[in-house]
Each structure stands twice: as structure tokens, then as C-alpha cells.
Design a protein around this ligand. Structure first.
Ligand SMILES: [Zn+2]
Length: 332
């Protein structure tokens, strides 16, 4: 019976193309960008508030792009443990020095998220200077996405889906399943946005803090799995019209308790950082008056580009490594 259900679930997923996207899942990315708006100081708050639906909805465009182009994937992570015992000392923070030491091919193969955050940040500064509404909104949304990713411990390791430690599926479990189940109870009262002195160094700090939490992410799941049988650990749930295999509510609750607020802390840190980067970009651009852009609409070209991206996402194939699938019982 069980194998029949499994086969049915896989069949439904294939037919319906259920897309369980990586990187905080759609739910958490959207929430991170949305809540970030509320920590901004007045003139900037007014601007983002009037475009809050845009930065919320488009918080996930960067992940959608992973279906269209293979260049997109490495922007979302860095497998820092690839670089030896003491990777944060080994790895130069500056891109050119890192390329000189490890080669661009290697950096692209193991991910570039901190440098990409810095790059998008400077694009946002330019967009503010030019008062270009299309670009301000696009880069704000994307920057929020990459900052969100950098706060996820499993975005900092070669063992990104527990595939090297017999914990396949943990990626989506930590960053999608747990927030979807528990994030409504998190505390979203955050301090006011602050100016960032060194955007690149700060991006590295995020990665370092995420990586420091990685041991617990893996260890707690491993320990807990010892006291749960397979059929207690996993359950089938309806997603739309599909039945999918996922971590059971009981196992998810036990893991979430064991993490002792970690998901909430990383999510809150991400929200605060997103606001800090938006604010800093605006200050660096000379604090342009955004009132004329408050009710501005996107240009037809920008709307067309979004439409194109969306259609590629719907028909495209995930280009990058598999992050989120929960394994079939035979694969564990
Ligand atoms: Zn991502």
C-alpha cells in the first residue's frame, strides 16, 4: 500500500510539476522582504510602503531565474567548507584576490553569494541615483533575496541538502517546511534600519554567522532521526491536487524545538539586514527625493521582462543542484 501511495505521489508531482523552490522557500523570502519595509526611516518607508506588494511578490524572482539561466545558481550560496579547515581565513573577502587565489571557475562552482550581494547593492545605489523605478524595485527585491539566502546555514556548505551525511531533504525542511509551519508565531518587531559602513564585509559576516549554525542544523536532525521511525518522521500531505511526501508535523515540531529559535533568529537577522542595505544604498546615492516615484508604475519594458522571466520559469527546468526534494523512502 505504501509503495502505491509513493508511486502515486511521484506521479502527481511529475504531472503537476510541483515546484518547491529552494532558498527559504517562496513563503519566507516574501515575508523577509515585506517585513523589512517596516523598519525603514520615514521618507524611505513611504516609498517602499507604496511598493510593498512589488518587493514582496518579486522577492522570489531570483529563484525563478534559476529555471532560465545556469549563471543564476551560484549567486545563491557559497560552499565555504570547500576551502579547507579554516575557510574564512583562507578565503580573501575581495573578489579579485579570491579569483587570483582560487580561480574564477572554482568560485563559480562553489558559489558567490557574498560578492553577489555586494554587486546588487551597488546596482541599487546607481538605480537610486538615476531615480529609475524599474531598477530600484528590481534590485531591492533581488538584494532582499540574496541576503535572505546568505542567512541560511545550508547555503554555506557542500553538504547543502544533507546528501553527504544521509540527511537528504534537510535543505527544504529547514528553510521551507519549518517557516511555513511556525513562522506565524515569530516576533517581527525589529529595530530601525541602520547604515552599513562596509557592505561587502557585512555580507561576509552573514555567511560566517550562518555557517556557525550549520553544525546544529545537521546534528539535531541526525539525533532526532534516531528516535523516529520512518513512518513517524515522514508524512503525506496535500499540496494543491498533489500528495507529497514531507516531514511529519511531529518530527518538524521536535526539530524546531531543538533548534531553539534558530530559524526565527536567522529570519529576523535577514529582515533587519535587508532594510539596512536598502537604507544604506539610498543614503549612498545622496538620499534622493523619492516622492515623485511613490506612485510611479513600471515601464512597459520592465513589465515585459518580468512576463518573459515568468514564462521561462513555468516551462524551464531547474538549473542547478537539487536542494529541496524529500527523498522517496527507498533512497534514504
Ligand atoms: Zn535563492
Amino acid at each position: 500500500m505504501k509503495s502505491k501511495i509513493t508511486a502515486f505521489a511521484i506521479f502527481m508531482v511529475l504531472i503537476l510539476g510541483w515546484q518547491y523552490l529552494g532558498a527559504w522557500g517562496f513563503f519566507a523570502h516574501k515575508r523577509i522582504n515585506r517585513i523589512a519595509v517596516f523598519t525603514l526611516p520615514k521618507p524611505l518607508f513611504n516609498f517602499y510602503k507604496s511598493h510593498i506588494d512589488y518587493v514582496t511578490d518579486h522577492a522570489v524572482d531570483a529563484d525563478k531565474r534559476r529555471y532560465a539561466t545556469k549563471d543564476e545558481a551560484p549567486r545563491h550560496y557559497i560552499d565555504i567548507d570547500h576551502y579547507g579547515e579554516d575557510p574564512f581565513t583562507n578565503m580573501p573577502r575581495n573578489w579579485d584576490s579570491a579569483v587570483a587565489k582560487f580561480s574564477e571557475d572554482t568560485l563559480l562552482a562553489y558559489g558567490i553569494v557574498p560578492w553577489h550581494i555586494n554587486k546588487v547593492y551597488y546596482r541599487l545605489v546607481s538605480a537610486f541615483k538615476e531615480k529609475n523605478i524599474d531598477q530600484i524595485l528590481r534590485y531591492s527585491s533581488d538584494l532582499g533575496h540574496y541576503i535572505g539566502d546568505a542567512h541560511v546555514p545550508l547555503h554555506t556548505t557542500e553538504n547543502y541538502n544533507g546528501q553527504l551525511s544521509g540527511q537528504k531533504g534537510i535543505h527544504g525542511f529547514w528553510e521551507s517546511r519549518l517557516p511555513e509551519l511556525f513562522a506565524d508565531d515569530y516576533d517581527y518587531l525589529l529595530p530601525k534600519a541602520k547604515f552599513i559602513e562596509k557592505p561587502l564585509a557585512t555580507a561576509w559576516d552573514m555567511v560566517e554567522a550562518s555557517h556557525a549554525a550549520l553544525d546544529s542544523v545537521l546534528l539535531f536532525e541526525k539525533k532526532l532521526s534516531e528516535s523516529f521511525s520512518e513512518d513517524k518522521k515522514y508524512a503525506y500531505e496535500e499540496r494543491g491536487q498533489a500528495m507529497v511526501r514531507t516531514y511529519s508535523l511531529e518530527f518538524s515540531t521536535a526539530y524546531h524545538n531543538k533548534l531553539n529559535g534558530m530559524v526565527e533568529r536567522r529570519m529576523r537577522a535577514a529582515m533587519a539586514m535587508v532594510a539596512n542595505y536598502w537604507f544604506t544604498a539610498w543614503v549612498e546615492a545622496g538620499q534622493p527625493d523619492l516622492v515623485p516615484l511613490q506612485n510611479a508604475e513600471l515601464t512597459p519594458e520592465a513589465l515585459k521582462a518580468i512576463e518573459n522571466e515568468n514564462s521561462l520559469w513555468k516551462i524551464g527546468k531547474w538549473k542547478g543542484r537539487p536542494e529541496t526534494e524529500v527523498p522517496d523512502s527507498t533512497q534514504q
